[in-house]
Design a protein around this ligand. Structure first.
Ligand code: BEZ
Length: 576
C-alpha cells in the first residue's frame, strides 16, 4: 500500500488558534481509524518517531497524525503548560475523527508529556476517542513529577525545564530579537553547567536561567506546596479514571521517573472495570534497551525485540487492530500484565498487578548502634528486634549524598537505572542494613514500603530509604527508593513540624520493583537523609527549602527495638 505524507496539516481550536500536524495515510481508500499523538517536543524531531513508525502503521491501514501542541514548534498560540491539553485534546480528536478517509474512531499514543496529552483528551471525553496507549506517562504533574514524598523533584524539573522547555521557547519567543544569539548561548551554557553548578544554587528560586530569561517567572510559586490546591487539582487525572471511556495499553519501566503514575493508571482503570494492559521492562524514562545503568538485562529485555516477539510498532498495531478495527490479534488470550523480572532476566505474564499470591513480609532493621556504612554492624532479618540501641548520623546539607542511579530523569552526569552503590554506602551519613545470603532464589515483585521510627534535632528534615540487591562479590545495585519530607509527612498539602527528639513513625513509599534475589545474594536497605540533586536538599531550618539559603545540620536517629520495630515490607511471590 502506498502512503501519503502531508506536513503542517492545520486544525483550528475553539478559540481560533491553529495547531499543525504531520499526517501519514494510505494513498487510497477510506474507513481508516486515526492514530494520534500530541507532543510539545516537535513533530519534526526524532522524539516524534521513537515509539512507532508512522509509515508502517499507515501501510497497515491507519491515518497517523503527529501534532505540535499549542505554543510549540509549528503550532500557533502561547504555550500554557499542561492545562491547555484538555480542550485542545478534545478539539483535535473532534477534527481527527472527521478527516476525510477516517472511520470516525481515534486512538492515541505517546510517551511522558505526550502520555499526559492522552489522559487529558480522555478526560475531556470526546466519544470518538476509543483507546489510548501511553508509555511512561504522568497523570498528576504534582505527584512524582514535581514532588515526591513532599520533596521537590529538583533534578527532573531543572533539567526538563532547561532543555525541553526553555531552549525551544526562547527560540520561538525571542528568535528574531537582536539579543537572541547571546541569550541562547547563555542558556545552553546553563544547561551544560547544570550538573555541577546550577543544581547546587541556593536559594533555588534564584536559579539563574529562570531569573535571567524570565520565561517561567512563576515556576517556584507554581511548584511549591503553597499553590492553591483547587488550581493544582485541575491537572490531576486520577479522579477521572472511573468515568473515562477508553481502553488503555500502558508501558513503563522499573527505573522510570514516572513508574508510580504508570502503576496508578493501571490499578485505577482496572478497578473501574476498564480494559487495560500493562507492560513493564527494566527501563528508565528514555532507555528501553537491554543495557540499563550498570547492568545488562539481555536481548529479550530490549523493547525493540520485546520478549523476542515484537517491536514497539507491531505492539501498538496489534493493540489498535483490536481496539479500533475490531480485528482479533490474540491479545485476549494473553494475560494483561507482562513484566520483566530482573535477576533471572525473564518476562513474566500475570493476570493482575500486584501479582496474585503476593505475601507481604516484613524485614526488620537491626544493629548494635553502629550501622553507618556498609562496614558497620547493620543487619536485616525477618525476626523483629527486642532491645537494641538506635543508630545515629549527622545530615549536613552542605555535603548531601549524591544521586547515584534510580528512577531519575536528569543530566548525563546523573544516569538513571541500577548503579553500583559503593560511593553511597561508604558514607558515615548512610545507615546500611544487610541480610544473610539467600540459600535459594527469592522473588520480590510488587509495591514496597518502609515503616521507620525516627527522631531528629531539626523541626523539618528528610528520610530516604533505598532497597538494593547485593551480589556475592559485594557489589550492591539499587532497586527502588523513596523519600519523606517530614513537614509534609501527612500529605503534600499540610505542614506538620517535628518536635526535636520526639519519635515519629513514618511510611516511606519506595514504589515497586520486580527482582529475583538469586542464591548467594543479599537484601540491603540504606537509610539516609538526602539524594541530591534528584531531590532538593532539606535545609533543616523549617524555613522554605526553595526560597532560603541558610541551613543547619541535623542529628538523625533511626530506632529499631520492640516498641519501634523499623522494617521494610517486601512483596514475595512464588518464583516466576
Ligand atoms: C517528559 O515529557 O519527559 C517530561 C514531562 C514532564 C516533566 C518531566 C519530563
Amino acid at each position: 500500500m502506498k502512503v501519503l505524507f502531508e506536513r503542517n496539516v492545520a486544525c483550528t481550536m475553539r478559540d481560533g488558534v491553529t495547531l499543525r500536524a504531520n499526517l501519514f495515510r494510505p494513498e487510497e481508500g477510506d474507513g481508516y481509524p486515526v492514530v494520534l499523538t500530541r507532543l510539545p517536543y516537535g513533530k519534526d524531531t526524532s522524539f516524534a518517531y521513537l515509539l512507532l513508525d508512522p509509515v508502517r502503521l499507515a501501510e497497515a491501514g491507519y491515518m497517523v497524525v503527529i501534532q505540535d501542541v499549542r505554543g510549540c514548534f509549528a503550532s500557533e498560540g502561547v504555550y500554557g503548560g499542561f492545562y491547555q491539553e484538555f480542550d485542545d485534546g478534545y478539539d483535535t480528536v473532534e477534527w481527527a475523527s472527521k478527516l476525510p478517509g477516517s472511520n470516525g474512531k481515534v486512538g492515541m499514543y505517546g510517551a511522558s508529556y505526550f502520555g499526559f496529552t492522552q489522559w487529558a483528551a480522555a478526560v475531556s471525553g470526546h466519544p470518538a476517542l476509543t483507546t489510548v496507549a501511553p508509555t511512561v506517562p504522568l497523570d498528576d504533574p504534582w505527584d512524582g513529577v514535581t514532588f515526591r514524598g513532599g520533596a521537590l523533584e529538583w533534578g527532573t524539573m531543572a533539567s526538563w525545564y532547561l532543555t525541553a522547555l526553555a531552549l525551544p521557547q526562547l527560540a520561538r519567543l525571542r528568535g528574531r530579537e537582536p539579543g537572541f544569539p547571546l541569550e541562547f548561548v547563555q542558556l545552553v551554557n546553563d544547561a551544560d553547567r547544570l550538573s555541577h553548578e546550577g543544581y547546587y544554587q541556593l536559594p533555588l528560586s534564584e536559579f539563574a536561567p529562570l531569573r535571567r530569561t524570565g520565561l517561567l517567572p512563576d515556576f517556584f510559586e507554581e511548584m511549591t506546596s503553597n499553590t492553591d490546591v483547587r488550581h493544582r487539582n485541575r491537572l490531576n487525572i486520577r479522579p477521572h479514571y472511573a468515568t473515562m471511556n477508553v481502553s488503555a495499553s500502558l508501558t513503563g519501566g522499573w527505573y522510570d521517573v514516572f513508574l508510580h503514575p504508570t502503576l496508578v493508571s493501571y490499578e485505577s482503570l482496572k478497578a473501574a472495570g476498564k480494559k487495560v494492559r500493562l507492560t513493564l521492562g527494566p527501563w528508565t524514562h528514555g532507555n528501553q534497551g537491554s543495557a540499563v545503568g550498570d547492568l545488562d538485562f539481555g536481548m529479550a529485555a530490549n523493547s525493540a525485540l520485546l520478549n523476542l516477539k515484537e517491536d514497539p510498532t507491531l505492539r501498538h498495531q496489534r493493540w489498535f487492530d483490536e481496539e479500533l478495527k475490531g480485528v482479533g490479534r490474540g491479545l485476549e488470550a494473553e494475560p494483561p500484565v507482562e513484566i520483566f523480572v530482573m535477576g533471572i532476566n525473564r518476562w513474566r505474564l500475570a493476570s493482575e498487578w500486584p501479582l496474585p499470591n503476593t505475601e507481604y513480609r516484613p524485614w526488620y532493621l537491626h544493629s548494635q548502634g553502629n550501622a553507618s556504612t556498609r562496614s558497620g554492624d547493620g543487619t536485616l532479618s525477618e525476626v523483629p528486634p527486642t532491645a537494641e540501641p538506635a543508630d545515629e548520623y549527622v545530615y549536613n546539607p552542605a555535603d548531601p549524598v549524591k544521586t547515584l542511579g534510580g528512577n531519575v530523569l536528569m543530566t548525563a552526569a546523573y544516569p538513571a537505572g541500577p548503579k553500583e552503590q559503593t560511593e553511597t554506602e561508604m558514607r558515615e551519613d548512610v545507615l546500611v542494613f544487610t541480610s544473610e545470603p539467600f540459600a535459594e532464589p527469592v522473588e520480590v515483585t510488587g509495591p514496597i514500603v518502609a515503616k521507620l521510627w525516627v527522631q531528629s534535632s531539626a523541626k523539618d528534615t528528610d528520610f530516604v530509604v533505598r532497597l538494593t540487591d547485593v551480589h556475592p562479590d559485594g557489589s550492591s545495585y539499587n532497586l527502588a527508593d523513596g523519600i519523606v519530607r517530614m513537614r509534609h509527612r501527612q500529605g503534600q498539602d499540610s505542614v506538620a513540624w517535628m518536635n526535636p527528639h520526639e519519635v515519629y513513625e513514618i511510611l516511606v513509599d519506595l514504589w515497586a520493583t520486580s527482582n529475583v534475589f538469586l542464591a548467594g545474594h543479599r537484601v540491603r536497605v540504606q537509610v539516609t537523609s538526602s539524594c541530591f540533586p534528584r531531590w532538593n536538599r532539606n535545609l533543616n531550618t523549617g524555613e522554605s527549602n526553595e526560597t532560603t539559603a541558610e541551613f543547619i545540620t541535623a542529628t538523625q536517629r533511626v530506632l529499631h527495638d520492640s516498641d519501634h520495630p523499623s522494617h521494610l515490607i517486601l512483596p514475595v511471590v512464588p518464583l516466576a
